[in-house]
Write a protein that binds this ligand. Structure first.
Ligand code: GSH
Length: 203
């Protein structure tokens, strides 16, 4: 399989951690613009949304987005199960993952607004709206952090969202979320792939 990626993308990080936890990393070739531009662009274009991560299977089929890719990887090996089969547990994991994806999207939205628009045209009201979503999601999670029995897809997504806040907002979330900081440290200790995919460690 071939995975298109950039090393700072939190959506890509979810997929890489999922692959590692499932013991599938060696079955996936990582394709960046720098390593093989032609293949990278070819696979990326097969996703009409033209986003990373996009995964090309060995039969040529292309999968996107990160949720679909992670669920596909989870289906390839029985253990450990990252998407529970029990309905109640499954929807709780999916809800956590959706909240964490929303956290990533709000953070990314601010990054893009600041990066792509000239300063004079940046819409502060829109940036504030995204920041409010970030604060609200963090308060919600801080009030009742997930239990970390055996890390699941929701946990992986949340860890990547918090890692992305570390990268893009200098870890400011840490000052008012002590329980989440503890949760994040525990996840990091239990899942070596988290540190291995830390964008801060990419040259
Ligand atoms: N919902 C998608 C989001 C993927 C996404 O937004 N990727 C960003 C990089 S972090 C991207 O490719 N942006 C380029 C673009 O939107 O054109 C997923 O979960 O895979």
């Amino acid at each position: 399989m071939k995975l298109t990626l950039g090393f700072t993308s939190p959506f890509v990080r979810k997929v890489r951690i999922t692959a590692a936890v499932k013991g599938l990393s060696s079955s996936i070739e990582l394709v960046t613009k720098e390593s093989d531009e032609e293949t990278y662009l070819q696979i990326r274009r097969m996703n009409p949304l033209n986003k990373i991560p996009t995964l090309m299977l060995d039969n040529g089929q292309v999968l996107f987005d990160s949720h679909v890719i992670c669920e596909y990887l989870d289906s390839l090996a029985q253990h450990p199960r990252l998407f529970p089969q029990n309905e109640l547990e499954r929807f709780s994991v999916l809800r956590l993952a959706s909240l964490a994806d929303g956290l990533i999207e709000a953070t990314l939205g601010i990054v893009m607004e600041r990066r792509l628009r000239d300063e004079a045209f940046q819409l502060e009201s829109w940036i504030e709206r995204q920041q409010l979503k970030i604060e609200a999601a963090l308060s919600f999670l801080e009030a009742d952090p997930p239990r970390l029995a055996s890390p699941n897809y929701g946990d992986i997504t949340l860890a990547c969202a918090l890692g992305y806040l570390d990268l893009r907002q200098d870890g400011r979330w840490r000052t008012h979320c002590p329980r989440l900081v503890h949760w994040h440290q525990k996840f990091s200790d239990e899942v070596p792939a988290y540190a291995e995919t830390d964008p801060a460690n990419v040259n």
